[in-house]
Design a binder for this molecule. Structure first.
Ligand code: ATP
Ligand code: MG
Length: 314
């Protein structure tokens, strides 16, 4: 097995260079923009390489990428500490994801499950997505039962609760409170083979966390998912098209960029769904392109791949 040299750049990207030497250098994980620190590790970083490759598929998401690398480093070093007989305290890996629609929260939560499974932190790595209706029951005691059932199903994987703030919406008498209490109780009991990720809009999540004094300390990893910039959204659209073996014509790219720029600068943030909005444009454009190509006698490979401005419908 060849060794690798791993370098974390200032932009958070990790470079892995295969080499003959036994010694592996890991640079980075600096908390601020300050100086990077170097440390020597001796091990196989296959999982990190795979993780890096997978993360590179996603545009932006700097904070999430950094946290996943921190978790990787923590797990790896903990294993080494164990080998030399040092204490290895379990860290709470429950997370809070804050961000607007379409900023990648669900996609990243799935990836967290997959990666923590590869790192042996979770025994199954499966992903259960729940919302208020899956947790909250109709009579006293029903909610705790429903929530416990879901927690049981999530053992070994991720329990992802979208729009978590809706659990706290109904005030003191609402059964949502019971769901929160049950979650708070269980996240501590079963912290080692089960990760809860609570997601929602930033402002509402901030309010939600303040509602239960136990929440903040039990969900120590808070990840912000900012709105994408127009440049990032354009890059996402090109990536989505490339994955499907399509591309934008030069003109279509200009129009797409201009459209995204106008929306990012003037659009209603609450109605705009970031990468999902882009996905919808792309899917519609592909259908329009197909209709247009029906009128061609013999479309060539380039015709079949190219989305023109007329197909975009924006
Ligand atoms: N950085 C990215 N690069 C490429 N594709 C992305 C990126 N972020 C999101 N997407 C794509 O955009 C779509 C929406 O993402 P996702 O469902 O994860 O958003 P979300 O934050 O969970 O939204 P919501 O709050 O509405 O549930 C998905 O198809 C996802 O693959
Ligand atoms: Mg989602």
């Amino acid at each position: 097995m060849p060794e690798e040299s791993i370098r974390v750049r200032d932009n958070g990207q990790i470079n892995v260079i295969l080499r003959q030497q036994r010694e592996v250098e890991v640079t980075g994980f600096n908390e601020t923009e300050g100086e990077v620190e170097s440390q020597k590790l001796f091990q196989d970083h296959q999982i990190l390489m795979e993780m890096e490759e997978e993360l590179e598929q996603f545009i932006g998401l700097k904070e999430m990428k950094k946290i996943l690398k921190e978790i990787y480093a923590w797990v790896t070093i903990n294993k080494q500490r164990q080998e030399v007989g040092l204490k290895t305290d379990g860290q709470m890996l429950h997370m809070l994801f804050k961000g607007n629609p379409g900023t990648g929260k669900t996609t990243m939560a799935r990836l967290v499950g997959k990666m923590l499974f590869k790192m042996n932190v979770l025994s199954k790595g499966h992903f259960i997505e729940a919302e208020r209706a899956d947790l909250v029951g109709e009579y006293i005691g029903h909610t705790a039962l429903k929530t416990r059932e879901l927690i049981k199903k999530s053992q070994g994987g991720i329990l992802f609760i979208d729009e978590a703030y809706s659990l706290g919406r109904g005030g003191e008498k609402d059964f949502g409170r019971e769901a929160i209490d049950t979650i708070v109780k269980h996240v501590e009991d079963k912290q080692h083979d089960f990760i809860v990720i609570l997601a929602g809009y930033s402002s509402e999540m901030q309010y939600f966390v303040r509602m239960n004094p136990g929440l903040a300390s039990r969900f120590p990893i808070v990840v912000n998912f900012p709105d994408y910039t127009s440049e990032e959204l354009l890059a996402i659209s090109e990536k989505m098209l490339k994955d499907k073996q399509y591309k934008l014509s030069v003109n279509a790219k200009d129009i797409m960029y201009y459209h995204l720029k106008v929306i990012c600068e003037n659009g209603n943030k609450f109605q705009f769904s970031n990468a999902r909005y882009v996905r919808n444009i792309i899917e519609k454009a592909i259908r329009s392109q197909s209709i247009r190509l029906l009128t061609y006698r013999n479309p060539d490979r380039n015709d079949l791949m190219t989305i023109r401005s007329i197909d975009l419908g924006i």
